[in-house]
Design a protein around this ligand. Structure first.
Ligand code: SAJ
Length: 416
């Protein structure tokens, strides 16, 4: 079988490489020439454990090739970004462009799969778009497979940092436009997925994906709200959560400086946008998580303004621990805000990046190691729970005034 994977990002590239490693002939397509060239040379443009070795292997064996434009194939997988715009409304322009690029290539028997996180109804809209432009094709139903194509939604659900393992082992949710489409897509995924390939409708599958991330966002919002309540009453939130979680049916997540990443901070808006009158908890959760970032900025400013000669270490920039991804990162937002205000007093530590991101480089802030930051600063803002920070012994940070947004330095003596 020949496979096209449209979009060589965090999901498309590992998916393309994995399928190619099973011996299928895969073409990875991206509109960005730099990405196409990087992958064609067997290299990768994102950091993900074990991905470099896999890509270099399948490129040199010839099972993964790249192109700027789609090629005729049996299966087309669309894994392009679906961001939100300034009004928090889904932007489907990349999905629509990808579909338009394959419409003329489609032939009877082809399978088109959307993996991008999408609002309810997107897969149906894609199927309609295709058959409107290619009226000689129809969507496959049982017993009428002549001239049929198959369209299904199958969301990715992998965790950055564990993408290759989770691509193989996680259960998949597969929703076809018709039950025949579902079965066809299930057969395809079974060829490289070890987890169950659970079938449903396209609409349900779209909502399953959104539900997973909205559920997590809401649970994190609960933890963030609790952290503010604890602050007001001078109670240690980490202790409250630890003890509450000993209850057999309670599992409070961890508060932090807000929610980042390209999924959890974005996907709930796809539901809110579709049903604004009903999605009240989800909207409030988004607002609570965004407001937490502002609260941390206010607390940091109050502490820094109390210590006019202190240097400030911003520990961590990425959206979560042990990744190099800055998308929607609350730590980045906080550091950028403080850098604009306090300039060279800010020392940034980010063990997962080689250099300071451009937004920060403009503000004359220093990019230092954790050791250097601990030596030269009097205040530390712990923004990401990277392993390198967890390992810092108490003796090396005892002298600091700390705002620990992640609760990893809870052994610090209380300061008066
Ligand atoms: N966070 C907290 N407290 C917590 C857990 C997370 O503040 O207790 C924060 C993190 O620091 C980060 C954000 O939430 O800023 C999101 O991190 P995450 O690890 O929860 O999730 P992502 O964005 O890396 O990946 C999520 C996953 N979804 C779920 O766990 C339901 C992943 O399985 C999805 O595939 C991915 O979104 C996606 O692509 O949609």
């Amino acid at each position: 079988q020949k496979i096209n994977v449209l979009g060589l990002g965090y999901i498309g590239l590992p998916t393309a490489a994995l399928i190619a490693s099973r011996g299928f002939q895969v073409v990875g397509i991206d509109t960005n020439e730099r990405i196409v060239d990087t992958v064609a040379s067997g290299k990768i443009h994102i950091a993900e454990p074990d991905l470099d070795g896999l890509v270099s292997k399948v490129v040199s064996s010839g099972t993964l090739t790249t192109s700027k434009t789609p090629q005729p194939a049996d299966v087309f997988i669309i894994a392009v970004p679906t961001p939100i715009d300034r009004e928090n409304r889904p932007d489907l322009s990349s999905v629509n462009a990808a579909v338009d690029n394959i419409i003329d290539l489609l032939a009877p028997g082809n399978l088109v799969i959307l993996e991008s996180t999408s609002p309810i109804g997107t897969t149906e809209a894609i199927a309609k778009r295709i058959v409107e432009r290619r009226p000689e094709l129809h969507i496959g139903i049982n017993g009428k497979e002549d001239g049929a194509i198959y369209v299904a939604y199958c969301p990715e659900r992998v965790l950055p940092g564990r993408i290759l393992t989770e691509l193989i082992n996680n259960d998949r949710c597969i929703g076809g436009i018709t039950p025949t489409c579902t079965r066809r897509a299930q057969r395809f995924y079974k060829m490289f997925v070890r987890g169950a390939c659970v079938g449903t409708t396209a609409r349900a599958a779209e909502l399953v994906k959104l539900t997973e991330n909205a559920f997590r966002d809401t649970n994190i919002a609960f933890a963030n709200e609790l952290s503010l309540i604890c602050d007001r009453f001078d109670i240690n939130v980490w202790e409250v959560i630890d003890i509450a979680n000993r209850h057999p049916r309670v599992n409070v997540l961890r508060p932090g400086p807000g929610v980042g990443g390209h999924c959890i901070a974005v996907d709930p808006w796809f539901i809110i946008d579709s049903a604004p009158d009903l999605a009240r908890v989800m909207r409030t959760s988004r607002e609570v998580n965004n407001a937490k970032t502002q609260k941390i900025i206010e607390r940091a400013e109050a502490l820094i303004d109390d210590h006019p000669y202190a240097n400030i270490a911003c520990c961590g920039l990425t959206f979560k621990a042990n990744v190099d991804d800055l998308r929607e990162s609350p730590a980045m937002e906080i550091a950028t805000h403080l850098a604009a205000k306090y300039g060279e007093r800010i020392k940034v530590v980010e063990p997962n990046l080689r250099r300071l991101p451009p937004q920060l480089a403009d503000h004359r802030v220093a990019f230092v190691s954790i050791e250097e930051a601990l030596r030269s600063c009097e205040i530390a803002l712990l923004l990401v729970d990277h392993d390198e920070f967890k390992m810092v012994p108490l003796a090396e940070r005892r002298h600091l005034d700390v705002i620990d947004t992640r609760g990893i330095w809870q052994d610090m003596p209380a300061r008066t």
